[in-house]
Ligand binder design. Sequence first.
Ligand SMILES: *[C@@H]1O[C@H](CO)[C@@H](O)[C@H](O)[C@H]1NC(C)=O
Ligand SMILES: *[C@@H]1O[C@H](CO)[C@@H](O)[C@H](O)[C@H]1NC(C)=O
Length: 793
Amino acid sequence: MEPSSAQNCILKRQVFYLIVLSLAVLVYMDEDYYSLLSVSRASSTREIRQAFKKLALKLHPDKNKNDPDAHDKFLKINRAYEVLKDDDLRKKYDKYGEKGLEDQQQQGGRYESWHYYRYDFGIYDDDPEVITLDRGEFDGAINSGELWFINFYSPRCSHCHDLAPTWREFAKEMDGLIRVGAVNCGDDRMLCRSRGINSYPSLYIFKAGISPVKYFGDRVTNNLVNFAMNYVTSSVTELWAGNFRSSIENSFASGVGWLITFCADSEDCLSSQTRLKLAGMLDGLVSVGWMDCSIQADLCENLEISSSTTAYFPPGVALANKHKDVLFFSSLDAKDIYMEMMEHLPDLEMLSPDSLKDRLIYHRWLVFFSYGIDEQFYQPEFKKLPNLLRGDDVQVGRFDCQSSPSTCKSFYIKKPSVIAFKGKGIDYYEIHHGKVNLYDLVAFTKESVNSHVVTLGPENFPENDSQPWLVDFFAPWCPPCKALLPELRKASKRVFSHVRFGTLDCTIHEGLCNMHNIRAYPTTVIFNQSNIHEYGGHHTAEEILEFIEDLRHPSVVTLTQANFKELVKERSRDEIWVVDYYAPWCGPCQALMPEWKRMARHVSGLINVGSVDCQKYSSLCSKEYVNSYPEIRLYPANRDNPNYYIAYSGWQRDAYSLKTWALSYLPQLTASLTPETIDEKVLSGKDHWLIDFYAPWCGPCRSFAPEFEVVARHLKGKVKTGKVDCEAFGHICQRAGIRGYPTVKFYPYEGSKRRNIEGELVNSRDANDIVKMVTARVGFITSQLKAHQKDEL
Ligand SMILES: *[C@@H]1O[C@H](CO)[C@@H](O)[C@H](O)[C@H]1NC(C)=O
Ligand SMILES: *[C@@H]1O[C@H](CO)[C@@H](O)[C@H](O)[C@H]1NC(C)=O
């Protein structure tokens, strides 16, 4: 956590002055960030970066040495860029303007040299063949079933710049066969870290069904091509008299034609690598083979082939029919032949207005809805879709909105759109909002049909549904909205039985969004009959699930004027309470909330956790002398003065620090042991013992002590717990073989024999793990003892 999160919100009077002050500042700073960078609110992060780069090169103080204002001007655009390129900050800015950024540490106060913006700023942003993937696109892309070769680079590394021309050339060479990508680790640090990238450039192959493979060879085009070709597993069949007829017939029977290269003497025919490339590019669509006419002279003569050539035999064509319907290619280049071949293959199935509903109700479909021939929707590559989606049982088709405008209106589409129908009724669909390209469509379809997110409209808007619904109010142009969609799909699979998921496009359903007072995108709201909860956390599936879990089983008790006294002040002697006094408008309080809930789940059963909304219950808070937000107080056990509390003064307000702090106030169950008590009770007694060996000066020991108290509570009655100060009793620790602090050892009672001081090492510092391990061990020993007793009887 950043130190800034520990700032407190000052009480109202001071806040008032602050607001007056910041209004004054706003008057001078009201230049909108988007207009500063000359981009629209709909711009993607990449477009924002490109726009900023252009401005940066022009306005940089290094290039404007005579302008005394150059530094300030540059700071302004730099600040705008720093905010808009960050999904979270951009959303805050969209929602509250600059005021929403006050809690942040000042962004954009530093900047780089002109040289940096010129040379070190997104190497492949403008390349058509190299696909720059960001955090929101990465998983979908590598899971689309296509073969990817990805260059993880940092704009600051000189080897990365050295590689760039080669990587571009390689991408051109492999275009159509594999996807060549790039990830800018300067921008997407988390993505690179989570992928274990620790040097730049790192080149990795991603292929479905195998783990990523790193490339270690020389970074020259030929070696890269040879390496990548190893992962193209399509095959080229050598055809001869013995297999020709059966191969052709088998393939034709399943509706697949043959592309055959005939090699005659002394003439050029396709090289074996070109043939393999073609097989890869056309995988599943066309069988690829070759024939050596100098050996198979009769066969070639029968087919009336007299020189080297490449020909496509569509399924069902009569071979002896003098080349009727056979397509010949004169090029020797894989890409040329591939393009011509793709044009020639039949297009996707056209659905008619009459058949549409019947067919979409029970089966999964991906349908292109278009208005006449729209080039973007008729990319030849899309003919690969049925093949790539067959595994998920999805059929692919087209629908012409001009033939039946009312059908398209019923889906609220006004422009060409792609929709995935999930095979569970005509209302059960999701509209695609990503890029219209092959891998994005495949990734979207696979995720969508296997998840439970549906596109909502006025007819099926679930505000008054008896089931809880999560509704994502979004705009298709907003980048964080796009990044959220895959996370929603992920989350929906896990909690479908408790919560349903829908998305509402506010650019189409403005009225509904206004009715719910939506001011920023995305806004995620859970409707549970009359209860409405807005989600304010990060846009990851895990955090969304945590939020839902907390709604279903709240871990924090809502304290009010009515219950505060009874629950907290009149608590029983063994109860501890920790209470968060907060105000809903205070930024640090909002940041604390998810951490507070997480902490509460960790200490559940040991410590009571509550929160007081001081805006709602202001007289309660003033009676308790709460004077800044958030105020965290712990009301300990065994106190005669019910008003006594300990305030949290720690700098960090994350769940872990709060938990460690709160647990340290648990009454100790762990006994302090001496050499005498160890000898008498641990080594000779009739109890199982678990011991924490520590040193008073060791930091990790101090954080572990409360965790060990948790263990003590869970094992109470079954296993005794103790601790040994290794500074005071060094020789005992030495004899026990302690090499580091803290160390946990277990001394089971296994019958009358005296135990060894070395004990059994418990190799974990996690309370749950330790409890699990020790409980299992105790169970085993007990069953052994019982068996032993039986034997003796
Ligand atoms: C839900 O119910 C409320 C109150 O009964 C009503 O005002 C509102 O219009 C309903 N919303 C929808 C979408 O039907
Ligand atoms: C919805 O409300 C019901 C009844 O109040 C509650 O039992 C359930 O846990 C709630 N679900 C969610 C996801 O909030």
